[in-house]
Write a protein that binds this ligand. Sequence first.
Ligand SMILES: [Zn+2]
Length: 461
Amino acid sequence: MTRMNCIYCSRPLDKSNEHIIPDSMNGRLQSTNIICADCNNKFGRYVDPVFKEMLNPLLIVFGFENARHTHAEGLDNETYNFSKDGKPSYLKNEVTISQEDNKTILRAAGNPKEALKAFQKQAKKLNESGKVFTGDITVENIAEYNSFRIKWEMKVNSKLILALNKIATEFYAHCELDTSLIIDLLSRIRGLDESIDNVTFCNWNCEVRKYAEDEVTHLIVLRKNKDNTLYCYLELFNVICVAIPLCNNYESQADFVYYQNALTGEKLTKEIIFETEVEFTNNRVGNFDLLINAACERHNQIKFREIYTEETKKILEQYKLDMEQGVIPANDEKFVLEKRLGAMIAQLSIDFPYMIEDYKDEMNDDMNHIHSNLREDQYDDFCEKYKFLIGKNVKIGNDFFVFDSFVKSPFIIRNSIQLLKVHFCLTNIKTNKPKYYPYEEFLRMLSNAADKLKQEDPPAN
Ligand SMILES: [Zn+2]
């Protein structure tokens, strides 16, 4: 069927190309048979941008070209700039000069390259005033000691409700269903009516639909429930999951699905099975954090597989080459290959904890330790074990700190086990600023310091 008129304003269609899921989210379903250029432009200005604004942090994590840089808060409470490809940098460069034991101490902080420049400029000035440079330059990597939190609160607003209705009605039209049955809704969308309140946010606990382990997708489904209500179930990045009723007493059969990989754009054909019947409660409240973290975790899984495949290929190619050139001693072939693959997997398990499938990683205390993680059930014992540190003074570099508290941040649930990232919080005695160390990092520093003391002690007889 070729439609002649725009579904919203009824003016003649003019080949205006519409992305039913906006292009900003890599939506690939397009049609020139739905809306006119005027409506397309109007919605493009007032409605569609809500997704990009609301989901920007997710676009950064997923490496989308159109993501915008943002500010992120480190655990030290400083604000950092996060580039659109997810790299942190200091917001400002700072050089401080202080006096200690007749020495002039110069300290620079900030973006390493620029901080060094600023440092050298100050050092030159001091040099010209007759001071001699005797110190070392130590570079401290912020990423090493810091975790970042992008301040992001997903709040459902009326623009989002409008934009979701637009996707649902356009898909309805795309499936060539009778638009006269949803004429009221179409006219409210056309009028940018922000009082529309027909959207139920759901699937908070996969009660509607379970995801595959490495799934990051967009999904639109049109189906009928047992009361003959035709509804649209919609998922964007599996984070915004909603049900929208479109017509009551719908008589014909209806089962239409559009399903795509949100990262690659690839169209998917897997059957969509709902665990339960979708309900319409107009609920807008739920924990988006868990849906977001779960989507990021699945994205990590995808990245892990890509790198794993690539690295395995490289190792096999090199191995083949070495075999041909006789570099590998006879009888050692199998051992060498296993050793090379094993080393690669060990390295990857550091960069991507909890991705190796062979065993339950979240139960592996060694791996948790490397990443300063704990299972939730271990946290109380951990605090008990280290509570003797609280209130103690610690010298790190030239600064004195007092040990303040433990900080836990939940980050994933895997196999029903909640994992926590655990930091030690120290307060700088001079500046009163908190500094957060992943617990493994801090315990390692303590044990190095203890070893040093031992070496300085005269051997006991
Ligand atoms: Zn129109």
